[in-house]
Design a protein around this ligand. Structure first.
Ligand SMILES: [Zn+2]
Length: 311
């Protein structure tokens, strides 16, 4: 080997080791979440120390997401996996996690975060009949739509993060505190905005608003789906139309991933107003994070109700 070649190789080796060192110094905890809201909360808690990817996009129905091989690759490299749990993602997430063959993120291990831990659940059924198509068999899984329960989600993520990366505990503790404080501060604003409309009856497409409803004092009177996961039937639409007329219900909430066909049937037959809200971060372009989600939903709802009242 010529001397110049040896020198070149030496320089290259030195360069590679320097690059290697830099990447170790800035190595982030790789987190894969099922939903974008879990990703947003993880970003708040983890700050610069985490690299977060959400499998579902905000405009997709979280119950039904197409599993792609690229998600398995992401999961195979992840240090942490965060799931809503219950039966929300049961049709797609468990299979992806298993296929990743990444032992760190299998259920029961430190990299597996079930965000529902310690969440007080609503609508836990006395008896379940999955054969009838019910997809909320452990209780309503849409709990991230309550910002106060969002604080518990952040706590769950934090508990695992400090175990995976104890060196940065101080930073994570501060981030968690900031997140919880921001929720409390924003809650006061959101509550003030919705205050004049407390007790308003609302129709929703799917039973996914109960936590939001209870937190903000609304009343979801009925759903277009006869049961969670069962598409609207003509007889259910007739029931809803009757109810809207007899109770003068002003608002029907739709989500980005449901067709407007059935909502329009109700609209044509009543004076109800259709309002598109988002159940997740990224549901609409301007909803960049977990706080935007509530800003968007509260503002859109209040605006619709203001207009309805001034009609
Ligand atoms: Zn659901």
């Amino acid at each position: 080997m010529k001397l110049s070649t040896i020198i070149k190789k030496g320089i290259l080796a030195l360069l590679f080791s320097l690059i290697g060192m830099t990447s170790i110094a800035t190595a982030q905890i790789k987190v894969v979440t099922t939903l974008p809201d879990l990703a947003s909360i993880t970003q708040y808690v983890g700050g610069d120390q985490v690299d977060v990817f959400s499998i579902a996009k905000g405009y997709q129905n979280p119950h039904f997401v197409d599993p792609k091989p690229s998600y398995i690759v992401k999961l195979s490299r992840a240090d942490m996996f965060v799931t809503v749990g219950l039966d929300l993602e049961k049709g797609w997430a468990p299979q992806l996690v298993e296929s990743s063959r990444n032992s760190d993120i299998q259920r029961g291990n430190v990299g597996y975060v079930d965000a529902s831990k310690g969440i007080s659940l609503l609508q836990v059924p006395q008896k379940v009949n999955p054969e009838e198509g019910d997809i909320h068999i452990y209780g309503n899984p849409h709990y991230w739509l309550d910002p106060i329960r969002g604080k518990r989600v952040a706590q769950n993520i934090y508990d695992h993060l400090v175990e995976i990366d104890p060196e940065n505990t101080e930073q994570y503790t501060q981030n968690l505190k900031d997140f919880k404080n921001k929720i409390d501060k924003k809650m006061t604003q959101w509550q003030q905005k919705i205050e004049p409309y407390k007790g308003t009856n609302i129709i929703a497409y799917h039973n996914e608003w109960v936590y939001f409803e209870k937190r903000f004092g609304l009343e979801i009177a009925d759903f277009l789906e006869p049961k969670p996961g069962i598409p609207p039937t003509p007889s259910q639409l007739v029931n809803v139309i009757k109810k809207v007329k007899s109770q003068d219900i002003p608002i029907l909430i739709n989500s980005p991933y449901f067709s407007s066909k059935s909502p329009n049937v109700v609209k044509r037959n009543t004076t109800i107003k259709l309002v598109n809200l988002s159940t997740m971060t990224g549901g609409y372009e301007e909803i960049k994070d977990y706080f935007d989600l509530f800003d968007y939903n509260i503002n859109t709802l209040v605006e619709a109700l203001e207009n309805q009242h001034s009609k």
